[in-house]
Write a protein that binds this ligand. Structure first.
Ligand code: AHG
Ligand code: MN
Ligand code: MN
Length: 286
C-alpha cells in the first residue's frame, strides 16, 4: 500500500501547484451530483487518475467528479474512492481546501475500507494518513515530513455544524444549541477537510452534516468523503455515526455517489448526538 501513499503525495504536490497557478473559473458542465465543476476540480481529478493508474495494485478508481468507477488493473487488490478537490467553491476566497482518499478491498462498502488519507492545502500543505494509527505529515521543501501522531481526547470544545440551518430538524437544532450553551465555539469554514482537520488537531469536538428537510440524506458522499473520514476519526480514538446512531463504517452503498447524514467527534459529543437523535425519532413519528 506504500506505493499508493507515494502516488497520493505526488498528486498532492501537483495539485498544490495547480491551485496556486491555474485558473479557478468554472467549467461548462456539472458533475453527476448536479454541482458546477471548477476547472481545478477536473484538473485535480486528472492528476490523481494519472498517478494512481501507474500503480499495479490498484484495481478500480472511483472519483467524485466522474459518474462511474474506472477499471485500472483487473488483477489489482485495491479500490480507491477519492474526492480530488473538496471544498473547491472556497478556492476563490482563498480558504483551505483538500483531497480525500479511501482505500478499499473487494467493494466500496464501509467495512471494506482498509486505510484512508487526506491532504489539506492551506497556508501549509499537510497530509494525514490513517492505517492502524493516524499520522500527520507536513510538506517541507519537496518532502512530506512526519510531524506527530493524532489522537482525540474524550471531549473537545469546537462545534462545526453543516447544512442549511433553516432546514434543520428541531432535534438537530437543539443538539447544536446544547453544545453552544455549554461553551463550545463555532469553527466552520464550509470545507469538511479543514473543519475536520481542525477538530482532530485540537483534540476534539463535533462536526455534523445532518439530513435536513430539503436533503434528508445530507450532502456528503459515503465513498469519497464520509467513510475515509470515519476511519480517520475512529483510528484517532473518536467516533463516526449516522442519524440512526449506526457506525458509518457499517454502512453499505447502493450507488457510488450515495450520501448519508454524518457526525464525527469525540466520545462525549457523539454520546450527545445519540441522545438528541433518539428524541428526534419520537418527534418524526408525530
Ligand atoms: P465538494 O467541494 O467536494 O463538492 O464538497 C464540499 C462539501 C464539504 O467540504 C463541506 O462540508 C460541504 O460540502 C459544504 O456544503 P454546503 O456549503 O453546501 O453546505
Ligand atoms: Mn467534497
Ligand atoms: Mn470535490
Amino acid at each position: 500500500m506504500q506505493e499508493i501513499f507515494e502516488a497520493i503525495k505526488k498528486s498532492a504536490k501537483k495539485i498544490h501547484q495547480a491551485i496556486i497557478h491555474e485558473d479557478f473559473g468554472y467549467c461548462e458542465g456539472e458533475n453527476c451530483s448536479g454541482e458546477q465543476q471548477l476547472k481545478l476540480d477536473v484538473l485535480s481529478d486528472n492528476i490523481i487518475e494519472e498517478e494512481l493508474s501507474k500503480i499495479n495494485s490498484v484495481k478500480i478508481l472511483a472519483s467524485e467528479e466522474k459518474s462511474d468507477p474506472i477499471t485500472i488493473n483487473e488483477n489489482g487488490k485495491y479500490l480507491i474512492g477519492y474526492d480530488p478537490l473538496d471544498g473547491s467553491s472556497l478556492i476563490d476566497v482563498d480558504l483551505s481546501v483538500g483531497s480525500i482518499f479511501g482505500i478499499y478491498e473487494n467493494s466500496f462498502n464501509g467495512k471494506d475500507l482498509v486505510a484512508s488519507a487526506y491532504i489539506v492545502y492551506g497556508p501549509r500543505v499537510e497530509l494525514v494518513i490513517a492505517t492502524i494509527k493516524v499520522e500527520r505529515y507536513i510538506l517541507k521543501n519537496d518532502d512530506f515530513v512526519f510531524m506527530e501522531e493524532l489522537k482525540l481526547n474524550e471531549k473537545g470544545k469546537l462545534n462545526a455544524p453543516g447544512g442549511t440551518q433553516k432546514e434543520w430538524y428541531p432535534h438537530h437544532k437543539e443538539l447544536v444549541e446544547s453544545f453552544f450553551k455549554e461553551g463550545y465555539r463555532l469553527r466552520y469554514s464550509g470545507g469538511m477537510v479543514p473543519d475536520l482537520h481542525q477538530i482532530l488537531v485540537k483534540g476534539g469536538g463535533i462536526f455534523s452534516y445532518p439530513g435536513t428537510n430539503d436533503k434528508p440524506m445530507g450532502k456528503l458522499r459515503r465513498v469519497f468523503e464520509v467513510f475515509p473520514f470515519a476511519n480517520v476519526y475512529e483510528k484517532a480514538g473518536g467516533f463516526a455515526i449516522n442519524d440512526k446512531g449506526e457506525r458509518l463504517l457499517d454502512l453499505n452503498i447502493e450507488n457510488i455517489h450515495q450520501t448519508t447524514p454524518c457526525f464525527f467527534g469525540s466520545h462525549y459529543e457523539i454520546k450527545r448526538v445519540k441522545e438528541y437523535y433518539s428524541k428526534g425519532k419520537q418527534w418524526k413519528k408525530q
